[in-house]
Write a protein that binds this ligand. Structure first.
Ligand SMILES: [Zn+2]
Length: 210
């Protein structure tokens, strides 16, 4: 990742979801505003929010989209297969929790190979179903080369749970194998909850990548 680009992380309640703001050349892409969209917007005041992107449609990743979009006017992007799920973020989910608000329907749907541009950075969309049907990983290119947003598909030494509706164990294992083959080892993986890792470390230690 270029030294000119930067990443801020906002850890939002109630289950410590990492919301990321990737900034490049005066533009910002917000990834997974799971709650507190108004407070995230306050933190980004004065910056041009170009995109709001969700790695998947679970409420803890999209509950803040409505407020953040209202405050910034930025378009909301998600894979089509998770768009409907995101519109229920404000309802009590299988987890027993609910989040600030339902997400709006997307302004842009994302699919395999699509590119999200922000400043001089580009993020290529990799479809990684398994945690949800419409889960995606955003692989950095251009000045974002070396970072990837992986949502809840991969956790250090493990993977996201597959026991919620739409979860698929075989699919997530295939997604993880693909990530291991296609994402460069020196890539920093920015996770949906908890500390980041690298692909090299996961290739060496994560049993689900073998
Ligand atoms: Zn999730």
């Amino acid at each position: 990742m270029s030294e000119k680009d930067s990443i801020q992380v906002f850890v939002v309640p109630p289950i410590d979801t990492n919301c990321y703001a990737y900034e490049s050349a005066g533009e910002v892409m917000v990834v997974d505003p799971g709650n507190c969209g108004d407070r995230i917007a306050e933190q980004l005041a004065g910056k041009k929010v170009r995109w709001i992107v969700a790695t998947h449609g679970h409420g803890d990743h999209v509950g803040g989209v409505a407020a953040l979009k209202a405050a910034t006017g930025a378009p909301f992007c998600i894979h089509a297969a998770d768009a409907e799920r995101a519109t229920h973020a404000g309802e009590v989910a299988e987890s027993g929790r609910s989040y600030d608000a339902d997400a709006p329907l997307p302004d842009r749907t994302l699919a395999e190979g699509d590119v999200v541009e922000v400043g001089t950075a580009r993020f290529r969309v990799m479809e990684t179903p398994g945690h949800t049907p419409g889960g995606i990983v955003l692989v950095g290119e251009g000045t974002a080369k070396g970072v990837a947003f992986v949502g809840d598909t991969l956790f250090p030494g493990s993977h996201g749970r597959t026991d919620f509706s739409g979860g698929d164990e075989a699919a997530i294992l295939a997604s993880l194998r693909r990530m291991g083959e296609e994402i460069a080892p020196d890539t920093t993986l920015l996770i949906g909850h908890g500390p980041s890792t690298t692909m090299a470390r996961e290739l060496a230690t994560n049993p689900f990548l073998r």
